[in-house]
Ligand binder design. Structure first.
Ligand code: ADE
Length: 256
């Protein structure tokens, strides 16, 4: 899968996305990161990419011309009109399902704004999706683009070395991930739940599923609206709610 990032700060994006798991995925050829410096496409002598807003108001706006030039360079390179994601707090809020859907695309373009935003006319011509990563305002679109690329790339086959780990983590089935433990068996007088040492795979799976339900009920009950739960699991959720009412927190180790 190919990620194209239109940005005024290509080195910021390149440094980050060529590190760790994504860096290895680039070397393996599972993904590519193509940063396009919007400034390279400015048509004026001083390579100016920003200008004053018509009608007054504080701050500068990114000009339409260099943004369009950067976009056209990508379109020429790949030979078709790609999906273009504009990072903005006004967009649809990003989530795991959107990451999965976008991971099916061959090429994705991310347009990173700065200053007070981008001239509306170029947005109308090239943007296909407006996406926000949450209800807060950042100084530019680079961090949101990198957050999205990280979440999308890990859904691309071959990016994660253990193919299973993309499937069994938080938000699968609208549940948070169960707690996990490594050696030693006892640390700070806390023992690993005995079922995990039993070697009984069916019991371990059952325990993990229950823990996922309990955790989600405790930490993110809003997610349960979309989860498909058995009767027994629904009872567990009710139990967690009841236990929470008297101020005590349900014990995660209780349902072994
Ligand atoms: N640009 C500035 N803030 C943003 C946000 N929360 N999400 C996406 N793009 C942004």
């Amino acid at each position: 899968m190919n990620f194209h990032v239109l940005t005024l700060f290509p080195e910021m994006v390149n440094d980050c996305l060529h590190t760790s798991i994504l860096g290895r995925a680039v070397l393996k050829g599972c993904i590519s990161i193509n940063t396009v410096d919007i400034r390279d496409y400015a048509d004026n002598k001083h390579l100016r990419v920003d200008d004053y807003t018509y009608g007054g108001g504080a701050g500068m706006l990114m000009r339409a011309q260099p943004v369009y030039g950067a976009y056209e360079a990508v379109e020429k390179r790949i030979g078709f009109r790609p999906r273009v994601i504009y990072l903005t707090p006004q967009g649809r809020v990003f989530d795991q399902q959107m990451a999965k859907d976008l991971a099916l695309e061959q090429d994705l373009v991310f347009l990173c704004g700065h200053y007070e935003g981008i001239d509306e006319r170029v947005l109308e011509e090239i943007v296909t999706d407006e996406v926000s990563i949450g209800d807060y305002v950042l100084t530019g679109g680079e961090l949101p683009a990198m957050v999205m690329i990280d979440a999308i790339a890990r859904m691309v086959p071959g990016v994660l070395s253990n193919g299973d780990s993309a499937r069994t983590e938080s938000f699968e089935d609208s549940l948070l991930e169960y707690p996990q433990y490594s050696r030693p068996e006892v640390w700070h007088e806390k023992a690993v739940p005995p079922v995990l040492l039993s070697g009984h795979h069916a019991n371990i799976e059952k325990w993990r599923r229950e823990q996922a339900v309990i955790r989600t009920a405790r930490k993110r009950p809003d997610l349960l609206e979309r989860a498909v739960l058995t009767k027994e699991e629904q009872r567990l959720v009710l139990q967690v709610r009841e236990e929470g009412k008297d101020g005590s927190l349900p014990d995660e180790g209780e349902h072994e």
